[in-house]
Design a binder for this molecule. Structure first.
Ligand SMILES: NC(=O)c1ccc[n+]([C@@H]2O[C@H](COP(=O)([O-])OP(=O)(O)OC[C@H]3O[C@@H](n4cnc5c(N)ncnc54)[C@H](OP(=O)(O)O)[C@@H]3O)[C@@H](O)[C@H]2O)c1
Length: 249
């Protein structure tokens, strides 16, 4: 399905990014796997080697703090250098904080904006500059954009900004690149558990029709759909949460 295509996936060493990488490799896409923490170098290299061997695709890895201009530029440059072109770019970079607004320090706020908003701005900018004609970009936002809740002020504000950057990029494009967001429900990864207690997790489960959290594997097919069969759709935010929240109109 993705034979002859090349994909950049950020945060590709674990959780949603890793499962997306496996799915794209299985469909024949070459892959540039980004990871952030230097301690993840060996496991990311191992994953890249395994995917290359198992599915016969070309893979490369890249470490970087993608809230910096040079790192994001270097990511896309390596994609082009490795594969000749890049068709798809999937951005998993994110940071979450659940805390009352009055208790959030300016440093915490600045970090949240840097990792969620600045990194997304740079990713979108490099994508428009460096992706191939008719490429596709998928940005990860959150179903909390449809929720009226406590504690997530800066996370919601930041992911809301990601949505608007993405939406406008979809109109600005000179290359017919599609730009879309996916907003998963509370997803069964350490990213969620770091912020939540057992009682709230149990409540989240009751809000899904199937009575469980969103799993990474619920989201991967939607990413594939957006870049392949969903090419007529752009500037959208897909709430993928089995009924947890929905946009108000
Ligand atoms: N889990 C949920 O409940 C949930 C729900 C809705 C949406 N989402 C979104 O889905 C995406 C994937 O989340 P996940 O649950 O799969 O968790 P995850 O694997 O922890 O994804 C977040 C990624 O962002 C990376 N990152 C953080 N700061 C970075 C920086 N400065 N530069 C580059 N990369 C950086 C992390 O790397 P390090 O860990 O090495 O720093 C990690 O790979 C995120 O954007 C998240 O906001 C998650």
């Amino acid at each position: 399905m993705f034979s002859g295509k090349a994909t950049i996936i950020t945060g590709a060493n674990k959780n949603l990014g890793k499962q997306t990488a496996e799915a794209f490799a299985k469909e024949g896409s070459d892959l540039l796997l980004h990871y952030h923490s230097s301690s993840s170098a060996a496991e990311t290299k191992k994953l890249a080697d395994e995917l290359a061997k198992k599915y016969g695709v070309t893979t490369a890895t890249y470490q970087g703090d993608l809230s910096t201009e040079d790192a994001t530029s270097g990511l896309f440059d390596l994609g082009i250098k490795s594969f000749g072109k890049v068709d798809f770019a999937i951005n998993n970079v994110g940071m979450v904080l659940r805390k009352s607004l009055a208790d959030i320090s300016l440093d915490e706020y600045n970090k949240m904006i840097s990792v969620n908003v600045t990194a997304s701005f740079l990713f979108l900018r490099e994508a428009e500059r460096k992706l191939a004609q008719d490429g596709s970009v998928v940005m990860l936002t959150t179903s909390l954009l449809g929720a009226y809740t406590d504690g997530y002020s800066v996370y919601q504000a930041a992911k809301s900004a990601v949505y608007w950057l993405t939406k406008t990029a979809s109109k600005d494009t000179k290359k017919k690149i599609t730009y879309n967001c996916i907003s998963p429900g509370p997803m069964d990864t350490p990213f969620l558990y770091g912020q939540e207690n057992d009682q709230r997790i149990e409540f989240f489960k009751t809000q899904a029709v199937n009575g469980r959290l969103t799993e990474v594997q619920d989201i991967v097919p939607i990413i594939k759909f957006i870049v392949k069969d969903g090419k007529w759709m752009t500037g959208q935010n897909l709430y993928a949460n089995n009924g947890f929240t929905a946009p108000s109109a």
